[in-house]
Write a protein that binds this ligand. Structure first.
Ligand code: MN
Length: 272
């Protein structure tokens, strides 16, 4: 990599969220830093993209005066804009976060924070996603967060991610437990765990023929599987999970080899 490393910082909580300020300040010293982030909170939008409307790009000041691009679109739109010329050449690395709340286990598929990092990988750009539990646990705005350890740790991962030669492109999904840096138990490489969702359908009211339901909001529990991101966070470890975009289940392919799909197809009407 010739010259200074070019770092694109994005998130899904919006350009004015405290986590992206903390992450940008943590990577500032590493090279040339650009911020392209949604203009509002786009959490849980996963890999959504904007296809019907033009993308509005505005320049805004972050709380410390740094000029950032605020985008009317999604986290993935932000990475696309960065890769397609909004900041000149594509970035060398994408860092996404720090999210207000953890992105662990099955939740990574909902996460805009993780989706932005995956978009980097899709485009051949190394990427790191960073998420932080609130102090004492929890997610979302209005809680107390200490981003210092997770963001500084992510900054240390940037050169490793840029130099890493994995067989497949991976992102590094970093999660910080809800404790002050002095109480961290350590850092662990983990695999994704399994959430147990305790959601229920709650009828909140009616308006004519329309019923208003709420599904989400119950605290989630999880399987206590050792080696997972969920159990690492439970034990106050920083968790790093390498994720790739290939969702293919190789064991499933082996199992399906016995299914004789050719015979199935020949039994379909109109196929000879
Ligand atoms: Mn978020």
């Amino acid at each position: 990599m010739a010259g200074a490393v070019r770092i694109l910082v994005t998130n899904d909580d919006g350009v004015h969220a405290p986590g992206i300020l903390a992450l940008r300040q943590a990577v500032d010293h590493l090279g040339e830093v650009f911020v392209i982030a949604p203009d509002t909170n786009r959490s849980a939008i996963a890999r959504g993209i904007t296809i019907h409307d033009p993308l509005v790009v505005d320049e805004v000041s972050m709380a410390d005066g740094f000029t950032a691009f605020a985008i009317s679109g999604t986290p993935v739109d932000c990475v696309r804009l960065g890769a397609l010329g909004l900041i000149g050449d594509p970035p060398d690395v994408v860092v996404s976060g720090a999210n207000l709340g953890l992105n662990l286990g099955d939740d990574v598929t909902y996460s805009g924070t993780v989706a932005a990092a995956l978009e980097g990988v899709m485009l051949g750009i190394p990427a790191i996603a960073v998420s932080q539990d609130a102090l004492g646990g929890g997610s979302g705005p209005g809680l107390d967060y200490d981003f210092s350890a997770a963001t500084a740790f992510a900054a240390k991962l940037v050169p490793l991610a840029c130099e890493a030669r994995f067989p497949r492109h991976v992102i590094f999904n970093v999660n910080g437990p809800g404790v002050p840096p002095g109480e961290l138990a350590g850092a662990k490489v983990t695999r994704l765990g399994r959430r147990v969702y305790d959601d229920s359908l709650v009828l909140e009211g009616t308006e004519g023929s329309a019923r208003h339901f709420r599904i989400y909001g119950e605290p989630m529990s999880h399987d206590m599987q050792p080696g997972t991101d969920l159990s690492a966070i439970d034990d106050n470890f920083l968790s790093v999970t390498p994720l790739h975009f290939d969702l293919t289940d190789l064991e499933g392919m082996d199992h399906m080899a016995r299914w004789r799909l050719d015979e199935l197809l020949q039994s379909v009407a109109g196929v000879s």
